[in-house]
Design a protein around this ligand. Structure first.
Ligand code: AMP
Length: 360
């Protein structure tokens, strides 16, 4: 791709969820248009995009035809099959590139990649059989978490094993899928670095929030977060090294545990905009969504400075989105609803952000 995308250009987004919706909403003020591709007939991004193509990921002719209608293609979903990305090669520029996805779609490959960079993943063992799992338990001890290598998110594809639990039952629960067994990390807090990397290698990182989870799902992100200035520098350096090694272009998030010993342990890499960055829509000068659009469009990155003293973002999960009228009436509460028609348990339906006033 030569030079920045001109206003009026079309950005194709692979995936049709709320992240795609918020990307398209952020592109509009810059005069850039978005389209989405995905298998869902109804989806959050459809309402706000110039057009959408509804086709299965396996339909590579539809993928190529979609790419041909766009000036650049990006993604909001990290499990886009690599074959889809390969199909777009030579049709349209793709940002981020295949490497960002190939290395992060498989937990085992991702953890080895993190360790090879000299960073600390949670202790892990590859598990392909019940015998591997028993050997892993002997090595790592309990509690431990069995995680499928592929397609896990929001705590899905994970089984927590406590002392006395039956290893065979956990192995059955994941259906014998290829897994990693992870040692349980004792932590005082969870945090994340959300950063953008431009095609020229420039990097802009946001403040690191404190992230609290329940049942494996993010509930709240709070800024300022739990890290000291030194720990912040270490976390941002680690995430920047990951982004550079992936030659990533766009926003990328790295989730960390702050260990009880004060060390940072890498939990997970997301090669896309991230739930723990939603607070930036109102809490930072440039939102993570605008920043991603700027990065993939070859525009200069925007300021990541806080607009106030900090922000608190709460996810609205399942029927919590039913509080929309009270939240809309609350002064200073920024309500975001994703347009999903069914409020299933555990489903992210929206979020609300409250920004605290600037320091006097
Ligand atoms: P994940 O989907 O792997 O990010 O896991 C979801 C959540 O489960 C994390 O944010 C943690 O709260 C918890 N968790 C996952 N892995 C571990 C671990 N190895 N040690 C302690 N807690 C974990």
């Amino acid at each position: 791709m030569s030079g920045p995308l001109a206003p009026g250009s079309m950005i194709g987004i692979l995936g049709t969820g709320q992240l795609g919706r918020m990307l398209a909403l952020a592109a509009a003020p810059l005069g850039l248009r978005c389209a989405t591709f995905g298998p869902e007939a109804e989806a959050p991004a459809h309402d706000v995009c110039a057009f959408h193509v509804c086709a299965p990921w396996e339909d590579l002719d539809a993928v190529r035809a979609f790419g041909a209608r766009c000036d650049i293609v990006t993604l909001e979903f990290e499990n886009v099959p690599v074959a889809v990305l390969d199909a777009l090669a030579g049709v349209v520029p793709l940002r981020p590139g295949v490497r960002s996805l190939a290395l992060t779609q498989d937990r085992l490959v991702e953890k080895r990649f993190v360790a090879e960079l000299g960073l600390s993943p949670a202790p892990f063992v590859e598990v392909n059989s019940l015998a591997d799992m028993q050997a892993g338990i002997a090595q790592l001890g309990l509690p431990a978490i069995l995680k499928t290598r592929r397609l896990g998110y929001d705590g899905r594809g994970q089984v927590l094993l406590r002392s006395g639990d039956d290893a065979a039952a956990a192995w059955d629960a994941v259906g014998g899928a290829a897994c990693v067994l992870e040692g349980f990390v004792g932590f005082t807090a969870e945090t994340s670095v959300v950063l953008a990397r431009g095609a020229d290698g420039s990097v802009a990182a946001y403040d690191c929030p404190q992230n609290t989870h329940a049942q494996g799902i993010l509930r709240r992100s709070t800024v300022p977060g739990p890290l000291s200035p030194d720990q912040t520098s270490q976390a941002v350096a680690a995430a920047s090294a990951i982004a550079a090694a992936l030659d990533h272009v766009g926003v990328l998030a790295v989730e960390f545990f702050l260990g009880t010993d004060g060390r940072l342990v890498v939990n997970e890499i997301a090669p896309r905009v991230h739930n723990s960055g939603h607070w930036t829509i109102e809490g930072a000068v440039t939102s993570q969504f605008e920043q991603h659009i700027r990065a993939v469009a070859g525009w200069p990155l925007g300021s990541t400075a806080l607009t106030g003293a900090g922000a608190v973002m709460d996810n609205l999960i399942g029927d919590e989105a039913g509080q929309w009228l009270q939240l809309a009436a609350e002064p200073g509460a920024h309500l975001h609803l994703y347009g999903k028609s069914q409020a299933r348990t555990g489903r992210k339906m929206g979020h609300v952000t409250r920004v605290s006033a600037p320091r006097p």
